[in-house]
Ligand binder design. Structure first.
Ligand code: PEP
Length: 250
């Protein structure tokens, strides 16, 4: 059986010193938990600081965004090669906050996915509908188009390092997670979309994570669903003790 992938998204939280203190508290608590692959997606500035600490553990490091270019006049951006040099192996791509606040569209997300894959990074590719889109009954249409546009031009087996995180926008940071029925239906639907477009091997292999108000008390129910292979956790990953409890509950 595949291990559950539990990824933390710290967003814009923690300095490098705070990240190191977190990890020193976190690892003794999380070490020994079986059947889980833990990924910490941290601010760029924490990657170098955490790399030596995670080295002798099973924890993987990830970034929260990446530019698609090799190098050049892109002030403020970070390239895939810069990320891999820090020791990061994962990267979140297309998070709804980047789509909404930084105007990232499917085309840009697609370029970032191509760049991440070609540099050997493992993208955690985020999709999810807004509340308005769900209220209009458009959630499946929206998610299918995000999945297909985001993965345009990528095929199996290049897709083998990609995970998809279904994160309904209305569930992120609100304390209102999708119900197991809502999450289960969407994950099964995404699996069907993947199978139709990329074939059975790809559909079976790509981990589907649920994200949006995952907490210690709902993680078990959500990750017990057939098509849920893990979780992307924002707020509840910021406290080392709580996050280690969440991981052992999964
Ligand atoms: C996220 O932003 O990826 C997320 C899942 O946030 P939260 O867990 O805080 O809802």
């Amino acid at each position: 059986m595949k291990p559950l992938l539990i990824a933390a998204n710290w967003k814009m939280h923690k300095t490098a010193a705070e990240a190191k203190a977190y990890f020193k508290e976190f690892w003794p608590l999380a070490n020994g938990v079986k059947g889980k692959l833990i990924v910490l997606c941290v601010p760029f500035t924490c990657l170098h600081a955490l790399a030596p600490l995670v080295q002798k553990t099973t924890v993987c490091l990830g970034a929260q965004d990446v530019h698609f270019g090799e190098e050049g006049a892109f002030t403020g951006e970070i390239s895939p090669r810069m990320l891999t040099e820090t020791g990061a192996s994962y990267v979140i791509v297309g998070h709804s906050e980047r789509r909404k606040l930084f105007h990232e569209d499917d085309e840009l997300v697609n370029k970032k996915l191509h760049a991440a894959i070609s540099h050997g990074l493992k993208p955690i590719f985020c999709v999810g509908e807004s509340l308005e889109q769900r209220n209009q009954g458009k959630e499946k249409k929206v998610v299918a188009s995000q999945v297909l546009n985001g993965l345009k031009g990528i095929s199996w087996p290049s897709l083998r390092n990609v995970s998809i995180a279904y994160e309904p926008v209305w569930a992120i940071g609100t304390g209102v997670a999708a119900t197991p029925k809502q999450a289960g239906e969407m994950h099964t639907f995404i699996r069907e979309v993947l199978e139709k477009e990329f074939g059975q091997d790809a559909a079976k292999a790509i981990p589907l994570l649920y994200g949006g108000s995952v907490k210690t008390d709902n993680i078990k129910e959500l990750t017990s669903l057939e098509d849920v292979d893990g979780a992307l956790v924002g707020g509840a990953s910021l406290d080392a003790e709580k996050f280690s409890e969440l991981i052992s509950n999964a």
